[in-house]
Ligand binder design. Structure first.
Ligand code: GLC
Ligand code: MG
Length: 534
């Protein structure tokens, strides 16, 4: 390999590892493309669509979990971490996908789940069959219940998906016995990371996939794993589901960092590979701890995905995300949505306005230094589907909340590829695992590829410019003066990004227009739009 000589341009990062500026595309495999007609997306489907991903111009894929799983939580309940589920095509399909992606110079990262396993993992089956206090139970977090007869859970922790975070088991004698901890669904028992067997096995999993050619991992619940000594009660039990806050004893315990250092030591044997943590931590200093030089390479910063379309909100999200990593010298990351949150089009108000704002925010995130994560379907401007019929809902949140919270299925509806009626080429079968709204006919990949001003065309252009224009150089931004309810920043290479979140057009600063998310008339940028100038 030839090394690019160090450049005199300050902030030039042409010698930095590939992920520092990469555009990642998140594939939710169940919903991306189905190759075998069962109505559920699979790895063969991803492989068949690799030409599309190349056209879109992304550098890398993050593929949500495809390991063996009973699918109690869309694959985040893993029963064998070193095999691919037949639902997704088995190991051969993964090998073929990696080869096809690499042929097109697209990297492949997998999603691994260190915090918990499936309740069908052989370790958990063995733990249930074994006695309290046995080595089999010590891989998970089993405790005696409170109260005279142990009929109360060991502490007051709720599950993120609703209901208690503990489930009581029946012992060999047929009597109610110990409880096990599951911060997510009951089908996802938490592992005990103080047991060295757990870390040893996870290291085996990392090496297994790295040796098969993957380019890294997204690590699920990377702020989980370590639990506080004695599992103390929560001071205040929140009844809100799927939310995160920094005082939550279930997450972000100091012991987690030793675990990340152990992972990193493995990753360092494979210098081409990246680790990206799902880190729901608000405090900038504590967030930054996860990406110190001997821990994760990258961590998701969710501030943009949580921010409404306001100038103050967006500016604060950007500033905080940059500050959080600056002290430790790690690249920032940006994402507007993923498979756990409401799609940005809906978050920004839905309809035409929602789409316009989502297009603008995409240009903001792609103008920033660091790595960007695009969730499949965002490039089509898809909204959430909030009126899925109740009987098709699959997110465990729906049942665990006593059918009061619909959960995350609304952002997981399959991709419309082509044609005029559902399932829009997603599957050759009669129906997709979640129904696709009939009015997505105008949002298919096919129709958007043919339209110059479609959201898909805008994404393609934006990604291409970001990857090829020298004006995107440098790892800092400088804020520019701008009218009320607008913001502007400049990259050291010379790119200027302007976002108009006001209700009327604003005058653009002087410069050559590279791209705009909406038509610019007489140097005026319309409301709910962004522009790039050089
Ligand atoms: C992460 C995943 C989410 C999953 C949970 C439990 O938050 O992104 O989809 O339900 O972990 O594994
Ligand atoms: Mg299938």
């Amino acid at each position: 390999m030839t090394q690019t000589p160090a450049s005199p341009v300050p902030g030039d990062n042409s010698t930095a590892p590939w992920w520092t500026t990469a555009v990642f595309y998140q594939v939710y495999p169940r919903s991306f493309a189905d190759s075998d007609g069962d109505g559920i997306g699979d790895l063969g489907g991803v492989r068949e669509k690799m030409g599309y991903l190349e056209l879109l111009g992304v550098d890398a894929l993050w593929i949500c979990p495809v390991m063996r799983s009973p699918q109690a939580d869309g694959g985040y309940d893993v029963s064998d971490p070193r095999d691919i589920d037949p639902l997704f095509g088995g190991l051969a399909a993964m090998d073929e996908l990696i080869a096809e992606a690499h042929d097109r110079e697209i990297k492949v990262t997998m999603d691994l789940v260190p915090n918990h396993t499936s309740n069908e993992h052989p370790w958990f089956t063995a733990a249930l069959a074994a006695a309290p206090g046995s080595p089999e139970r010590s891989r998970y977090i089993f405790r005696d219940g409170r109260g005279e007869d142990g009929s109360q859970p060991p502490n007051n922790w709720p599950s993120i998906f609703g209901g208690p975070a503990w489930t009581r088991v029946t012992e060999a004698d047929g009597e109610p016995g110990q409880w096990y901890l599951h911060i997510f669904a009951a089908e996802q028992p938490d592992l005990d990371w103080t047991n060295p067997e757990v870390a040893d096995d996870f290291e085996k999993t990392l090496r297994f996939w790295l040796d098969r050619g993957v380019d890294g991992f997204r690590l699920d619940v990377a702020h989980g794993m370590a639990k506080p000594d004695g599992l103390p009660d929560m001071a205040e039990v929140s009844t809100k589901l799927l939310v995160n806050d920094d005082d939550d004893p279930r997450f972000n315990n100091p012991g987690v960092h030793a675990i990340h250092r152990r992972f990193r030591a493995v990753l360092d044997d494979y210098p081409h590979a990246v680790s990206i943590g799902e880190v729901w931590v608000e405090d900038n200093i504590r967030f930054g701890e996860y990406v110190r030089p001997d821990e994760l390479h990258l961590a998701f910063n969710f501030r943009l995905a949580e921010t409404p379309f306001t100038v103050e909100g967006v500016r604060a999200a950007i500033t905080h995300s940059l500050d959080a990593v600056e002290a430790v010298g790690a690249p920032p990351t940006w994402t507007l949505s993923n498979h756990d949150v409401e799609r940005e089009v809906t978050r920004y108000g839905g309809g035409k306005t929602g789409v316009a704002r989502a297009r603008a925010m995409m240009m903001v995130e792609l103008a920033l230094p660091g790595a960007v994560f695009v969730y499949n379907g965002a490039e089509l401007g898809l909204p959430n589907v909030d009126d899925l019929p109740e009987e098709v809902l699959q997110d465990p949140v729906w049942l665990r909340s006593g059918r009061t919270e619909r959960g995350r299925d609304g952002c997981r509806v399959p991709i419309p590829w082509e044609g005029a009626t559902p399932p829009f080429g997603f599957t050759d079968g009669a129906r997709s695992w979640l129904p696709i709204p009939a009015d997505w006919a105008g949002r298919t990949v096919e129709s958007q590829l043919e339209t110059l001003h479609s959201t898909l065309s805008l994404y393609r252009l934006a990604i291409e410019l970001r990857g090829t224009r020298p004006e995107f150089a440098g790892d800092r931004i400088e804020w520019y003066g701008s009218p009320d309810d607008a913001l502007a920043f400049r990259r050291p290479g010379g790119l200027i990004c302007v976002l108009n979140a006001s209700s009327g057009p604003i005058q653009l600063p002087p410069g050559e227009m590279l791209l705009a998310s909406a038509p610019v008339v007489d140097e005026h940028l319309p409301a709910n739009a962004a522009a790039w100038l050089v």
